[in-house]
Write a new protein. Structure first.
Length: 410
Protein backbone atom coordinates (compact mmCIF):
# COMPACT_ATOMS: atom_id res chain seq x y z
CA UNK A 1 0.00 0.00 0.00
CA UNK A 2 2.86 2.36 0.79
CA UNK A 3 6.28 2.69 -0.78
CA UNK A 4 8.03 4.60 2.01
CA UNK A 5 8.75 2.59 5.12
CA UNK A 6 10.09 4.39 8.21
CA UNK A 7 12.21 2.23 10.48
CA UNK A 8 13.31 2.78 14.06
CA UNK A 9 13.82 6.42 15.00
CA UNK A 10 17.26 7.60 16.10
CA UNK A 11 18.12 6.72 19.66
CA UNK A 12 15.38 4.11 20.08
CA UNK A 13 15.93 0.77 21.78
CA UNK A 14 15.22 -0.88 18.42
CA UNK A 15 18.57 0.38 17.12
CA UNK A 16 20.16 -2.99 17.88
CA UNK A 17 18.08 -4.74 15.23
CA UNK A 18 20.62 -6.11 12.75
CA UNK A 19 18.38 -7.39 9.97
CA UNK A 20 15.81 -4.74 8.95
CA UNK A 21 13.69 -7.35 7.17
CA UNK A 22 12.95 -8.98 10.54
CA UNK A 23 12.09 -5.83 12.47
CA UNK A 24 8.36 -6.14 11.96
CA UNK A 25 8.24 -9.63 13.46
CA UNK A 26 9.60 -8.33 16.77
CA UNK A 27 7.28 -5.31 16.61
CA UNK A 28 4.40 -7.74 16.23
CA UNK A 29 5.37 -9.40 19.52
CA UNK A 30 5.40 -6.02 21.25
CA UNK A 31 1.99 -5.17 19.80
CA UNK A 32 0.53 -8.52 20.87
CA UNK A 33 1.89 -8.05 24.38
CA UNK A 34 1.12 -4.38 24.95
CA UNK A 35 -1.87 -3.70 22.75
CA UNK A 36 -2.85 -1.03 20.25
CA UNK A 37 -5.10 2.01 20.32
CA UNK A 38 -6.16 4.34 17.53
CA UNK A 39 -5.66 8.08 17.30
CA UNK A 40 -8.68 10.40 16.97
CA UNK A 41 -7.47 11.40 13.52
CA UNK A 42 -7.23 7.79 12.38
CA UNK A 43 -10.63 7.00 13.89
CA UNK A 44 -12.37 9.82 12.00
CA UNK A 45 -10.61 8.90 8.77
CA UNK A 46 -11.28 5.16 9.11
CA UNK A 47 -14.98 5.67 9.88
CA UNK A 48 -15.33 7.14 6.38
CA UNK A 49 -13.61 4.20 4.67
CA UNK A 50 -15.88 1.45 3.36
CA UNK A 51 -13.59 -1.08 1.73
CA UNK A 52 -11.53 -2.29 4.69
CA UNK A 53 -12.15 -5.08 7.20
CA UNK A 54 -13.55 -3.85 10.53
CA UNK A 55 -13.60 -5.55 13.88
CA UNK A 56 -16.62 -7.76 14.34
CA UNK A 57 -17.35 -9.08 17.80
CA UNK A 58 -16.49 -12.63 16.89
CA UNK A 59 -14.77 -14.71 19.54
CA UNK A 60 -12.30 -11.96 20.37
CA UNK A 61 -13.27 -9.17 22.80
CA UNK A 62 -10.23 -7.52 24.39
CA UNK A 63 -10.54 -5.57 27.59
CA UNK A 64 -10.71 -1.95 26.49
CA UNK A 65 -13.06 -0.23 24.10
CA UNK A 66 -12.02 1.92 21.16
CA UNK A 67 -14.17 4.88 22.29
CA UNK A 68 -17.12 4.08 20.08
CA UNK A 69 -15.11 3.49 16.93
CA UNK A 70 -15.03 0.34 14.86
CA UNK A 71 -11.30 -0.26 14.35
CA UNK A 72 -9.60 -2.63 11.91
CA UNK A 73 -9.53 -6.16 13.31
CA UNK A 74 -5.95 -6.49 12.10
CA UNK A 75 -3.35 -4.66 10.02
CA UNK A 76 -0.23 -5.59 8.10
CA UNK A 77 3.02 -3.92 9.11
CA UNK A 78 4.62 -2.84 5.86
CA UNK A 79 8.01 -4.46 5.34
CA UNK A 80 9.89 -6.67 2.88
CA UNK A 81 7.54 -9.44 4.01
CA UNK A 82 4.38 -7.79 5.42
CA UNK A 83 3.40 -8.99 8.90
CA UNK A 84 -0.26 -9.46 9.90
CA UNK A 85 -1.05 -8.50 13.49
CA UNK A 86 -4.22 -8.12 15.56
CA UNK A 87 -5.43 -4.69 16.69
CA UNK A 88 -6.28 -5.40 20.35
CA UNK A 89 -6.59 -2.77 23.08
CA UNK A 90 -5.76 -3.99 26.58
CA UNK A 91 -6.11 -0.67 28.37
CA UNK A 92 -2.49 0.52 28.40
CA UNK A 93 -1.47 0.42 24.77
CA UNK A 94 2.14 1.07 23.83
CA UNK A 95 1.27 1.27 20.13
CA UNK A 96 -1.04 3.68 18.32
CA UNK A 97 -2.54 3.36 14.87
CA UNK A 98 -2.27 6.83 13.37
CA UNK A 99 -1.90 8.74 10.08
CA UNK A 100 1.01 10.56 8.54
CA UNK A 101 0.46 14.08 7.05
CA UNK A 102 -0.58 12.48 3.74
CA UNK A 103 -3.17 10.31 5.53
CA UNK A 104 -1.23 7.08 5.17
CA UNK A 105 -1.69 4.69 8.12
CA UNK A 106 1.17 4.36 10.59
CA UNK A 107 1.78 2.20 13.63
CA UNK A 108 3.70 4.30 16.17
CA UNK A 109 5.22 3.79 19.62
CA UNK A 110 6.48 6.97 21.23
CA UNK A 111 7.81 4.94 24.18
CA UNK A 112 9.98 2.84 21.89
CA UNK A 113 10.64 5.55 19.32
CA UNK A 114 9.44 3.43 16.38
CA UNK A 115 7.20 4.29 13.46
CA UNK A 116 6.23 1.92 10.64
CA UNK A 117 3.76 2.20 7.81
CA UNK A 118 0.71 -0.04 8.12
CA UNK A 119 -1.39 -1.64 5.43
CA UNK A 120 -5.14 -1.94 5.92
CA UNK A 121 -6.83 -5.10 4.67
CA UNK A 122 -9.60 -5.16 2.11
CA UNK A 123 -12.85 -6.82 3.11
CA UNK A 124 -14.64 -9.35 0.94
CA UNK A 125 -16.78 -7.93 -1.83
CA UNK A 126 -19.14 -10.87 -1.52
CA UNK A 127 -20.01 -10.33 2.16
CA UNK A 128 -20.40 -6.59 1.59
CA UNK A 129 -22.88 -7.23 -1.22
CA UNK A 130 -24.82 -10.01 0.52
CA UNK A 131 -25.80 -9.38 4.20
CA UNK A 132 -26.96 -12.97 4.65
CA UNK A 133 -23.55 -14.26 3.54
CA UNK A 134 -21.93 -12.03 6.18
CA UNK A 135 -23.83 -14.01 8.84
CA UNK A 136 -22.06 -17.19 7.77
CA UNK A 137 -18.41 -16.21 7.33
CA UNK A 138 -15.85 -13.46 7.62
CA UNK A 139 -12.34 -12.68 6.43
CA UNK A 140 -9.60 -13.54 8.92
CA UNK A 141 -6.15 -12.03 8.62
CA UNK A 142 -6.79 -10.69 5.13
CA UNK A 143 -6.72 -14.04 3.34
CA UNK A 144 -8.58 -16.78 5.27
CA UNK A 145 -12.29 -17.29 4.68
CA UNK A 146 -13.38 -18.14 8.22
CA UNK A 147 -16.39 -20.17 9.37
CA UNK A 148 -17.17 -20.56 13.07
CA UNK A 149 -19.69 -23.30 13.84
CA UNK A 150 -21.19 -24.33 16.14
CA UNK A 151 -21.20 -21.15 18.22
CA UNK A 152 -21.67 -23.17 21.39
CA UNK A 153 -19.58 -25.69 23.33
CA UNK A 154 -20.84 -28.32 25.73
CA UNK A 155 -17.96 -27.65 28.13
CA UNK A 156 -19.76 -24.48 29.21
CA UNK A 157 -22.74 -26.55 30.42
CA UNK A 158 -20.81 -27.78 33.47
CA UNK A 159 -18.25 -24.97 33.80
CA UNK A 160 -15.33 -26.96 32.39
CA UNK A 161 -14.69 -24.76 29.36
CA UNK A 162 -11.11 -23.84 28.47
CA UNK A 163 -10.27 -20.95 30.79
CA UNK A 164 -9.22 -18.61 27.97
CA UNK A 165 -12.37 -19.27 25.92
CA UNK A 166 -14.95 -16.50 25.53
CA UNK A 167 -17.32 -18.33 23.21
CA UNK A 168 -20.36 -18.12 25.49
CA UNK A 169 -19.88 -14.45 26.34
CA UNK A 170 -19.36 -13.24 22.81
CA UNK A 171 -22.30 -15.30 21.54
CA UNK A 172 -24.58 -13.62 24.09
CA UNK A 173 -23.22 -10.16 23.31
CA UNK A 174 -23.56 -10.49 19.56
CA UNK A 175 -25.93 -12.64 17.51
CA UNK A 176 -25.00 -11.38 14.05
CA UNK A 177 -23.54 -14.78 13.07
CA UNK A 178 -25.49 -17.97 12.43
CA UNK A 179 -25.30 -20.46 15.31
CA UNK A 180 -24.76 -23.63 13.31
CA UNK A 181 -23.77 -24.14 9.69
CA UNK A 182 -24.67 -26.92 7.28
CA UNK A 183 -22.54 -28.33 4.46
CA UNK A 184 -24.83 -26.45 2.06
CA UNK A 185 -24.08 -23.18 3.89
CA UNK A 186 -20.36 -23.81 3.51
CA UNK A 187 -20.47 -24.87 -0.11
CA UNK A 188 -22.64 -21.94 -1.20
CA UNK A 189 -20.57 -19.44 0.80
CA UNK A 190 -17.24 -20.63 -0.60
CA UNK A 191 -18.64 -20.60 -4.13
CA UNK A 192 -19.98 -17.05 -3.72
CA UNK A 193 -16.75 -15.72 -2.21
CA UNK A 194 -14.36 -17.31 -4.69
CA UNK A 195 -16.53 -16.03 -7.55
CA UNK A 196 -15.83 -12.41 -6.48
CA UNK A 197 -12.78 -12.53 -4.21
CA UNK A 198 -10.61 -15.50 -5.18
CA UNK A 199 -7.52 -13.30 -5.47
CA UNK A 200 -7.69 -12.52 -1.72
CA UNK A 201 -7.92 -16.07 -0.45
CA UNK A 202 -5.17 -18.46 0.51
CA UNK A 203 -7.20 -20.75 2.79
CA UNK A 204 -10.59 -21.74 4.18
CA UNK A 205 -10.76 -22.00 7.99
CA UNK A 206 -13.41 -24.04 9.83
CA UNK A 207 -13.51 -23.97 13.63
CA UNK A 208 -16.14 -23.96 16.37
CA UNK A 209 -17.34 -25.31 19.66
CA UNK A 210 -17.83 -28.99 20.51
CA UNK A 211 -20.80 -31.31 20.77
CA UNK A 212 -21.02 -33.66 23.74
CA UNK A 213 -21.07 -36.57 21.30
CA UNK A 214 -17.56 -36.03 19.97
CA UNK A 215 -17.89 -38.60 17.19
CA UNK A 216 -21.02 -36.96 15.82
CA UNK A 217 -19.50 -33.50 16.16
CA UNK A 218 -16.32 -34.59 14.39
CA UNK A 219 -18.23 -36.12 11.48
CA UNK A 220 -20.28 -32.95 11.08
CA UNK A 221 -17.11 -30.86 10.82
CA UNK A 222 -15.71 -33.35 8.31
CA UNK A 223 -18.86 -32.80 6.22
CA UNK A 224 -18.19 -29.04 6.33
CA UNK A 225 -14.61 -29.63 5.20
CA UNK A 226 -15.72 -31.75 2.28
CA UNK A 227 -18.27 -29.11 1.28
CA UNK A 228 -15.55 -26.45 1.22
CA UNK A 229 -13.23 -28.73 -0.75
CA UNK A 230 -15.98 -29.50 -3.29
CA UNK A 231 -16.57 -25.80 -3.91
CA UNK A 232 -12.85 -25.18 -4.39
CA UNK A 233 -12.55 -28.07 -6.84
CA UNK A 234 -15.43 -26.72 -8.91
CA UNK A 235 -13.73 -23.32 -9.01
CA UNK A 236 -10.38 -24.86 -9.98
CA UNK A 237 -8.76 -23.55 -6.76
CA UNK A 238 -8.26 -26.71 -4.69
CA UNK A 239 -4.50 -26.78 -5.25
CA UNK A 240 -4.01 -23.09 -4.45
CA UNK A 241 -6.47 -22.54 -1.57
CA UNK A 242 -6.02 -24.92 1.38
CA UNK A 243 -8.74 -26.11 3.76
CA UNK A 244 -8.06 -25.90 7.50
CA UNK A 245 -10.02 -27.53 10.34
CA UNK A 246 -9.66 -27.19 14.10
CA UNK A 247 -11.79 -29.66 16.04
CA UNK A 248 -11.77 -31.99 19.05
CA UNK A 249 -10.63 -35.47 18.05
CA UNK A 250 -13.33 -38.15 17.89
CA UNK A 251 -13.48 -40.84 20.56
CA UNK A 252 -13.39 -43.44 17.80
CA UNK A 253 -10.04 -42.70 16.15
CA UNK A 254 -11.02 -44.77 13.11
CA UNK A 255 -13.24 -41.84 12.13
CA UNK A 256 -10.13 -39.77 11.36
CA UNK A 257 -9.92 -41.91 8.20
CA UNK A 258 -12.82 -39.77 6.89
CA UNK A 259 -10.27 -36.99 6.28
CA UNK A 260 -8.16 -39.09 3.96
CA UNK A 261 -7.83 -37.86 0.38
CA UNK A 262 -9.22 -34.37 1.00
CA UNK A 263 -7.06 -32.13 -1.19
CA UNK A 264 -4.72 -29.58 0.40
CA UNK A 265 -5.95 -30.19 3.96
CA UNK A 266 -4.56 -29.09 7.34
CA UNK A 267 -6.17 -30.27 10.59
CA UNK A 268 -5.53 -29.43 14.23
CA UNK A 269 -6.40 -31.05 17.58
CA UNK A 270 -5.46 -28.41 20.13
CA UNK A 271 -3.55 -29.12 23.33
CA UNK A 272 -3.54 -25.41 24.35
CA UNK A 273 -0.63 -25.88 26.81
CA UNK A 274 2.07 -28.51 27.26
CA UNK A 275 2.71 -28.76 31.00
CA UNK A 276 0.38 -31.54 32.31
CA UNK A 277 -0.61 -29.68 35.49
CA UNK A 278 -1.26 -26.50 33.55
CA UNK A 279 -3.29 -28.49 31.01
CA UNK A 280 -5.53 -29.73 33.82
CA UNK A 281 -6.06 -26.17 35.00
CA UNK A 282 -6.48 -24.47 31.62
CA UNK A 283 -8.57 -27.12 29.88
CA UNK A 284 -10.58 -28.98 32.56
CA UNK A 285 -13.18 -30.23 30.07
CA UNK A 286 -10.54 -31.68 27.79
CA UNK A 287 -8.87 -33.23 30.85
CA UNK A 288 -12.11 -34.80 32.11
CA UNK A 289 -13.56 -35.95 28.82
CA UNK A 290 -10.51 -36.84 26.74
CA UNK A 291 -7.11 -36.41 28.35
CA UNK A 292 -3.83 -34.89 27.23
CA UNK A 293 -2.15 -38.21 26.43
CA UNK A 294 -5.17 -39.28 24.41
CA UNK A 295 -5.08 -36.05 22.37
CA UNK A 296 -1.43 -36.77 21.60
CA UNK A 297 -2.36 -40.28 20.48
CA UNK A 298 -5.05 -38.81 18.23
CA UNK A 299 -2.55 -36.34 16.77
CA UNK A 300 -0.22 -39.16 15.74
CA UNK A 301 -3.14 -40.92 14.05
CA UNK A 302 -4.09 -37.66 12.37
CA UNK A 303 -0.54 -37.23 11.08
CA UNK A 304 -0.69 -40.66 9.49
CA UNK A 305 -3.94 -39.74 7.69
CA UNK A 306 -3.37 -36.15 6.49
CA UNK A 307 0.40 -36.32 6.19
CA UNK A 308 3.48 -35.23 8.17
CA UNK A 309 3.38 -31.63 9.35
CA UNK A 310 -0.17 -31.13 8.04
CA UNK A 311 -1.42 -32.23 11.45
CA UNK A 312 -1.26 -29.34 13.94
CA UNK A 313 -1.79 -28.46 17.58
CA UNK A 314 -1.97 -25.03 19.21
CA UNK A 315 0.18 -24.12 22.19
CA UNK A 316 -0.68 -20.70 23.61
CA UNK A 317 2.31 -18.57 24.54
CA UNK A 318 1.62 -16.79 27.81
CA UNK A 319 -0.40 -19.50 29.57
CA UNK A 320 2.66 -21.41 30.79
CA UNK A 321 6.39 -20.69 31.15
CA UNK A 322 8.17 -20.08 27.82
CA UNK A 323 10.38 -23.15 28.19
CA UNK A 324 7.32 -25.37 28.59
CA UNK A 325 5.80 -24.02 25.38
CA UNK A 326 9.09 -24.59 23.54
CA UNK A 327 9.40 -28.10 24.98
CA UNK A 328 5.92 -28.95 23.75
CA UNK A 329 6.54 -27.50 20.31
CA UNK A 330 9.73 -29.54 20.04
CA UNK A 331 7.99 -32.76 21.08
CA UNK A 332 5.30 -32.19 18.46
CA UNK A 333 7.78 -31.32 15.70
CA UNK A 334 9.83 -34.45 16.43
CA UNK A 335 6.69 -36.52 15.73
CA UNK A 336 5.86 -34.85 12.43
CA UNK A 337 3.18 -32.61 13.93
CA UNK A 338 3.39 -28.87 13.27
CA UNK A 339 3.01 -26.77 16.42
CA UNK A 340 0.89 -23.63 16.16
CA UNK A 341 2.12 -20.94 18.54
CA UNK A 342 -0.43 -18.24 19.33
CA UNK A 343 0.20 -15.34 21.68
CA UNK A 344 -2.47 -15.29 24.37
CA UNK A 345 -4.89 -12.45 23.72
CA UNK A 346 -6.81 -11.59 26.87
CA UNK A 347 -10.58 -11.67 26.50
CA UNK A 348 -12.93 -10.03 28.97
CA UNK A 349 -15.54 -12.76 28.54
CA UNK A 350 -13.25 -15.65 29.51
CA UNK A 351 -12.68 -17.18 32.95
CA UNK A 352 -9.09 -15.90 32.97
CA UNK A 353 -10.22 -12.54 31.66
CA UNK A 354 -7.55 -9.87 31.83
CA UNK A 355 -5.60 -11.46 34.69
CA UNK A 356 -2.82 -12.71 32.37
CA UNK A 357 -0.84 -10.68 29.84
CA UNK A 358 2.36 -12.20 28.43
CA UNK A 359 5.09 -9.56 28.32
CA UNK A 360 7.32 -8.95 25.31
CA UNK A 361 10.25 -10.85 26.80
CA UNK A 362 8.06 -13.94 27.31
CA UNK A 363 6.90 -13.91 23.69
CA UNK A 364 10.42 -13.20 22.40
CA UNK A 365 11.80 -16.21 24.28
CA UNK A 366 9.14 -18.44 22.75
CA UNK A 367 9.77 -16.96 19.29
CA UNK A 368 13.52 -17.66 19.44
CA UNK A 369 12.85 -21.24 20.52
CA UNK A 370 10.25 -21.69 17.80
CA UNK A 371 12.68 -20.35 15.21
CA UNK A 372 15.21 -23.04 16.11
CA UNK A 373 12.55 -25.68 15.51
CA UNK A 374 11.54 -24.22 12.15
CA UNK A 375 15.19 -24.23 11.14
CA UNK A 376 15.48 -27.93 12.00
CA UNK A 377 12.11 -29.44 11.00
CA UNK A 378 9.87 -28.92 7.93
CA UNK A 379 7.11 -27.37 10.06
CA UNK A 380 4.21 -25.94 8.06
CA UNK A 381 2.48 -22.82 9.44
CA UNK A 382 -1.22 -23.35 10.03
CA UNK A 383 -1.90 -19.79 8.85
CA UNK A 384 -0.07 -18.62 5.74
CA UNK A 385 0.56 -14.98 6.58
CA UNK A 386 -2.90 -14.38 8.08
CA UNK A 387 -2.28 -15.51 11.67
CA UNK A 388 -2.86 -12.21 13.44
CA UNK A 389 -2.03 -13.63 16.90
CA UNK A 390 0.35 -16.37 15.69
CA UNK A 391 4.15 -16.57 15.43
CA UNK A 392 4.48 -19.42 12.92
CA UNK A 393 4.56 -17.57 9.60
CA UNK A 394 7.31 -15.31 10.87
CA UNK A 395 9.37 -18.26 12.14
CA UNK A 396 8.85 -20.09 8.83
CA UNK A 397 10.38 -17.08 7.10
CA UNK A 398 13.37 -16.92 9.46
CA UNK A 399 12.34 -13.64 11.11
CA UNK A 400 13.20 -14.62 14.69
CA UNK A 401 16.82 -15.59 14.09
CA UNK A 402 19.43 -13.98 16.31
CA UNK A 403 18.93 -12.13 19.57
CA UNK A 404 15.65 -10.39 20.22
CA UNK A 405 15.89 -6.59 20.24
CA UNK A 406 14.96 -4.83 23.47
CA UNK A 407 11.38 -3.71 22.92
CA UNK A 408 10.30 -4.16 26.55
CA UNK A 409 8.48 -1.23 28.14
CA UNK A 410 7.41 -0.35 31.68
Amino acid sequence: MNDQRPTALAGSRAANIVDPTSQSAWIKLSMLSNGVTISPGFSSWFDAQLRYVRRRNFYNSPGAAFKGSSPPQEIRIADVIPITVAVNNYGRPVWELSLDPEQRPLIVSTELGISKYAELLYDLTATSDEPELARLCNLYGGSALSFFSPRACYFFADGTECRFCSLAGTAIESDEFASRLTPSDIEQSVSAVVYQDSELLTQIMIVGGNERNLDRGFLHQVALVRAASNALHRAGLADRVSVHLIVMPPRNLKLIEELRNVTNLHVGFNLEVWDPDRFDNIAPGKRNDYGQDEILTALVRLRDIVGPYRAHSILIAGLEPPQSTIEGAKALAEQGISPIINAYHSDRHSAIGLSIRPNYQHLAEVAVGLQALHDKYPIEPYWSGCGRNALDFEAANGMFRGNAPNLEVG
